[in-house]
Design a protein around this ligand. Structure first.
Ligand code: OGA
Ligand code: ZN
Length: 390
């Protein structure tokens, strides 16, 4: 059944009324710019062949008509162009005036509405560990694991063969490894003369990795090969939940942390001299937390006027305490074959002190969310038509 109830046009816009009662008002330049014809779009890739600068400034609609198969043909002046729009295409892509925001891509919408959690969430719902063999054999198991990264900011896998390099196979199962100065993968175990405190037996407070990079790696994987040590438990904290609570409880502190850039740095004196400058809480265009960067090991000397520094330290200390509360900490111990995959700009990770006597060896790698979300969309809507192009 047709989704389009009726349409009407005037020189400036085409008005559509959908069967569900919602409305779209598509202005003439938008329609002309979105022409799907072979002159305007490469038929193979669907990519646009024309630039918006080439559109006449007085682009207007002369008339529109319904074709027998339900498509809409629109005639434009002054260039005399005729564009044909499929009803399904219009239904999928036209903004609804009632919506008040631009949510048409369900993945983008879900990514903007993270499901905030604390330790009690998983005490109620249970922690889901996806066996690696199931992830490989059953696309719906893989889809659920990747959706958990999108929605909760992390996923747990079990039974990943505890051998060197397996972490890279996991990263390549949904996306691409982000190689860094630490290599394609890095070993997390106590070494003599460590280049990073992660490579010691010290406990590590909640942190995000590598805030000294721009762009920062948006995903991290940690795979356990061996863990016979006492201690060395893994901790995850939902940084977006902490940020939202801070916004409610201490709006001035939140505003300062979200606007004051700080420097992060890492140097090993040999191969890396990394720096980046960002606020601890980065907000997106709609004011939503977009990224948390928090790492007390790599924050560089803070520089700002003393009066602001006073306020900054109050806010910084409040954030630090809020990030490390028993309610917020999800604690579990990884054994051989366990792997945690998490959003490194949302979920902070930590570990408790490793006691001497046993051995603990993890391998870590970085990857990025774009590849994971792309794989997830393909699993959720196999064969879907391409949407916008780069
Ligand atoms: C790291 C790290 C946590 C752990 O290597 O970045 O935080 O459990 N490791 O050892
Ligand atoms: Zn870390």
């Amino acid at each position: 059944m047709s989704a389009l109830e009726s349409f009407a046009c005037e020189p400036g816009a085409l008005d559509l009324v959908w069967r569900d009662g919602s409305r779209s008002r598509l202005i003439a330049p938008w329609l002309r710019d979105h022409c799907q014809g072979a002159e305007c779009r490469d038929p193979r890739s669907g990519q646009r062949l024309v630039d918006v600068a080439e559109l006449p400034e007085d682009t207007r609609i002369v008339r529109a008509e319904r074709l027998p198969d339900g498509e809409l043909a629109v005639h434009f002046a002054p260039d005399g162009h005729r564009s044909v729009f499929g009803e399904d295409w219009l239904h999928a892509n036209a903004f609804r005036e009632e919506a008040g925001r631009e949510d048409v891509d369900p993945n983008a919408a879900a990514a903007r509405r993270p499901r905030l959690w604390d330790a009690a969430t998983f005490a109620r719902e249970g922690l889901v560990w996806t066996p690696w063999s199931e992830y490989l054999e059953d696309p719906s198991a893989k889809r659920r694991a990747l959706a958990a990264v999108r929605d909760h900011g992390f996923a747990l896998l079990s039974g990943v063969p505890p051998r060197e390099g397996a972490v890279l196979e996991v990263a390549r199962s949904f996306g691409f490894v982000r190689e860094t100065n630490y290599g394609a993968l890095f070993d997390v175990r106590a070494v003599i003369d460590p280049s990073n405190l992660a490579f010691t037996n010290l406990g590590l407070g909640p942190h995000t990795d590598n805030p000294y990079r721009d762009p920062v790696p948006t995903l991290q994987l940690l795979h356990c090969l061996e863990n016979t040590a006492a201690g060395g438990e893994s901790v995850l904290v939902d940084g977006f939940r902490v940020a939202e609570r801070l916004r409610e409880q201490a709006p001035d502190d939140f505003a300062l942390l979200a606007s004051q850039p700080v420097d992060f740095a890492y140097r090993d004196g040999r191969s890396a001299e990394l720096r980046a400058r960002f606020p601890l809480i980065e907000l997106g265009a709609e004011g939503e937390p977009r990224a948390i960067r928090y790492n007390n090991r790599s924050i560089a000397p803070l520089r700002m006027p003393a009066e602001r520094m006073e306020r900054f330290y109050r806010a910084y200390r409040r954030l630090s305490r809020a990030l490390d509360t028993p309610e917020g900490r999800l604690v579990f111990k990884m054994g051989p074959g366990d792997l945690v995959l998490f959003d490194n700009v949302r979920v902070l990770h930590a570990r408790t002190r490793i006691e001497s006597g046993g051995r603990r060896h993890l391998q870590g790698a970085y990857a990025d969310r774009d590849g994971l979300l792309s794989t997830l969309r393909l699993l959720e809507a196999p064969g879907a038509a391409p949407g916008g192009q780069p």
